[in-house]
Design a protein around this ligand. Sequence first.
Ligand code: FEO
Length: 170
Amino acid sequence: MTINEKLANAINDQINAEFWSAFLYLSMACYWEQQGRTGVANWYKVQFREEQAHAEIFIDYLHARGGVVKIDPIAAVKQEWSSLEETFSDTLAHEMEVTKRINALYALAEEEKDYATRQMLNWYIAEQVEEEHNVQDILDNLNLVKGDGTGILQIDRELGSRVYTAPKVN
Ligand code: FEO
């Protein structure tokens, strides 16, 4: 069944939001690369790729449902941070906003009785739990070391080991 216009528009907005997330994380990756925190930069580069994958999943889904995909311009993203804590706090706040957006999309799918979209969004709901949890963990570690050099180096090394794996949607 072809997706209705209201839901297609909402998914197109989410495609744009996912690309905006990708740009935000790419900006963070570049900033921290320039500051010599290559592990943090690596973590954000993986995050950048994940967000692009999130957008692509929505694009493929919209095509599968006969919807029209609109690739809109991406709004500007922040380019500088004063600390790692600020960066990861921004990230957590952003992911919480994304969770709200996904929940609103789910509520709309329910309202429109579009059960296929509701089912597809289950993957994103679980993904958001993981996203928030991962960032919270890093923030907790940063708060624990309180700017201590050895601690920061250890966190940087750990974040440097993150490897991108393409998300598998059921
Ligand atoms: Fe696309 Fe970080 O959620």
